[in-house]
Design a protein around this ligand. Structure first.
Ligand code: AGP
Length: 610
């Protein structure tokens, strides 16, 4: 993943670079660093702490200059250590370093290049694949940085976005992208590069999205872009208004808690006062596309994948259209049987997830042109790549663990099920009116579940001392159990697995002892009695059941069975309501264990490497 910022200007650019880094920490926070040109040499500060610590280092060491690059890292090659932190330098060991470079992505042929460069006399200081690019650019440098970068990128395989500058051409930064995002921000006699326009908000809103294969030469008054063939190209300049996400925490301890409590607003915003169901909610061409398709293929990762699994239940049951849901990183590499009449739906909070983007391109390469994305970022690559889109309006999500992004995805997917049903003449007017009524009431219903927080906190205290947990659900609540387990794992570091409750007896029941909490989602639906039997199987073996039960399920608390009562049964939209207590349980358990809730270890908000 990693985040990149670069700048050429006539003022000290370090504050802009560091502010940009802070905003890019969602892309990784294993280490960070900045390099500038000052008084004829390259100066650098790097830290394995957060950007705030880098800031004090920069002030102490007086790292300031008119040209510079900065980086926040999510480690792939080489541990999160200072010597592996970017920017990486290269140059003749006898003089001061000549090249400074930052990189986002993975260079697949780094071993072979490393050997070649070592043979040419380069000494490596890190275990990163990035240092290989720095030395390669230096090796190819003959007085023109642009030319050196163009030549170097021709030798790279893998995915990358890079920003590089040279001691000998101090008013120039060169960038290149192939498979990882990079944007150019234009100012007056100053220009910028960044992984995301968000990094430049407040500095410039004039943004150009580079395309794969592009190399950009950034000077004070000039932005020169060449494509993969080395031809000069014009890329459109967009005026992009981005929220900085510098939201105040208000009464909350963490952004995750704040974002959980923002869900009534986020869901209401995502519904945008919709008065009737029409395919056009998804784009101008949606009616034609929906008419033409005979199946749906959903591609996504992580939490977004679980949203897709839930949508399968809705679309098959409401619109009667067959649905396949695939993990994007698997789909892109397997031999599948393409159907040109598939509606390919990608789901992504960020719209930049490398695996999902690649899976989308793969599907299109197989001749599937009906593409739709459900995405929270209107300017993202995913939205640009798809014919149709529905923008969820969750607002910026800062906590790495997805919360409001998930429930707004579910809201949009429920609308999709209704719109598909309508196009296929499967939605009566009564059903449409009833569904719209339920959707409109959803924010209030979520609010009522949020009021359960104190009861859930009491459970979290008990979970804090556990090392394992099981989550059970049935039918459309099984993906919600998966999401609950993922939330608990990623922020509390407790090992958690989810199963369809009926599957327990086929193996996982062997894990059940009095030390195993078993979280159970118990809506009042047609599978309730089956679920109760599954709960008995756990109870009989001494397992501790923690049940979120709808009011009319007649499941009561007793020895080994703890129950929190959900305020109301919510029919087909019940998965959205049952998500909320699982988010709160994970959140408060993580707080009780003292983890870094908003930035859990080893993770990043946006996963732009494969
Ligand atoms: C969820 O809490 C995670 N942060 C993660 O699974 C995430 O949903 C996944 O990486 C996909 O991201 P996307 O929605 O931005 O594509």
């Amino acid at each position: 993943m990693c985040g990149i910022v670069g700048a050429v200007a006539q003022r000290d650019i370090t504050p802009v670079l560091l502010e940009g880094l802070k905003r890019l920490e969602y892309r990784g926070y294993d280490s960070c660093g900045v390099a500038v040109y000052a008084e004829g040499e390259l100066r650098r500060a790097r830290s394995t702490e957060r950007v705030a610590e880098l800031l004090s280092q920069v002030e102490k060491d007086k790292v300031a200059g008119f040209t510079g690059i900065a980086h926040t890292r999510w480690a792939t090659h080489g541990a999160p250590a200072t010597h592996n932190a970017h920017p990486h330098f290269s140059g003749n060991a006898k003089s001061s370093p000549r090249i400074a470079l930052v990189h986002n992505g993975i260079i697949e042929n780094h071993d072979e290049l490393r050997e070649e460069l070592q043979a040419a006399g380069y000494v490596f200081e890190s275990q990163t694949d990035t240092e290989v690019i720095a030395h390669l650019v230096d090796h190819l440098y003959a007085g023109d940085l642009l030319e050196a970068v163009q030549q170097a990128t021709r030798r790279l395989t893998g995915a990358y976005a890079i920003a590089v500058f040279c001691r000998d051409e101090p008013h120039r930064v060169v960038g290149a992208r192939h498979g990882s995002p990079l944007v150019v921000g234009r100012g007056v006699n100053e220009n910028f590069l960044a992984s995301d326009a968000l990094a430049l908000a407040g500095t410039t809103d004039q943004i150009t999205y580079l395309e794969d294969g592009d190399v950009v030469d950034l000077q004070l008054a000039r932005v020169w872009i060449t494509d993969s063939e080395g031809r000069a190209v014009d890329r459109e300049v967009h005026t992009v208004q981005v929220h900085t996400g510098a939201a105040e925490l208000g009464p909350y301890r963490h952004y995750m808690q704040k974002e959980i409590f923002e869900q009534p607003r986020a869901v209401a915003d995502t519904l945008q006062d919709i008065e009737s169901i029409t395919p056009e909610l998804f784009g101008d061409q949606a009616y034609k596309v929906f008419k033409d398709i005979d199946n749906v293929l959903i591609l996504a990762c992580g939490t977004s994948y679980y949203a897709g699994l839930t949508a399968r239940y809705w679309i098959e049951s409401i619109a009667k259209i067959p649905v396949n849901v695939e993990i994007a990183s698997e789909y892109r590499y397997r031999d599948s049987v393409p159907n040109p009449r598939s509606l390919v739906v990608t789901i992504s909070q960020s719209g930049e997830t490398a695996d999902t983007l690649a899976a989308l391109k793969h599907a299109r390469g197989l001749g599937m042109e009906h593409t739709l994305t459900i995405c929270n970022v209107a300017t993202s690559a995913m939205v640009r790549e798809c014919k149709l889109a529905y923008i969820t309006r969750a607002g910026v999500e800062i906590g790495v663990a997805s919360t409001k992004a998930f429930t707004t995805q579910l809201t949009a997917l429920f609308l999709l099920a209704l719109a598909l049903a309508q196009t296929k003449d499967k939605l009566s007017e009564e059903k449409e009116a009833e569904s719209l009524k339920a959707l409109r009431h959803l924010p209030v219903a979520i609010g009522a579940v949020l009021a359960l927080e104190p009861q859930i906190m009491a459970w979290a205290d008990r979970f804090a001392s556990k090392e394992n947990a099981l989550f059970l659900g049935r039918g459309m609540h099984y993906p919600i159990a998966l999401e609950g387990a993922l939330k608990l794992k990623e922020i509390s570091y407790i090992h958690a697995e989810a199963y369809p409750a009926g599957e327990l007896k086929h193996g996982p029941l062997a894990l059940v002892t009095e030390a195993m909490p078993v979280v159970t989602i118990a809506p009042r639906d047609e599978l309730l009695e089956k679920l109760k039997s599954n709960m008995q199987e756990v109870h009989a073996r001494g397992g501790e059941l923690y049940v979120f039960a709808d009011a009319d399920t007649r499941i009561g608390s007793s020895e080994g069975i703890h129950v929190i009562r959900m305020p109301e049964n919510y029919g087909k939209l019940s998965p959205i309501l049952h998500t909320i207590p699982l988010q709160l349980l994970a959140y408060h358990t993580a707080c009780a264990r003292g983890t870094d809730v908003d930035k859990p270890r080893n993770l990043a908000k946006s996963v732009t490497v494969e």
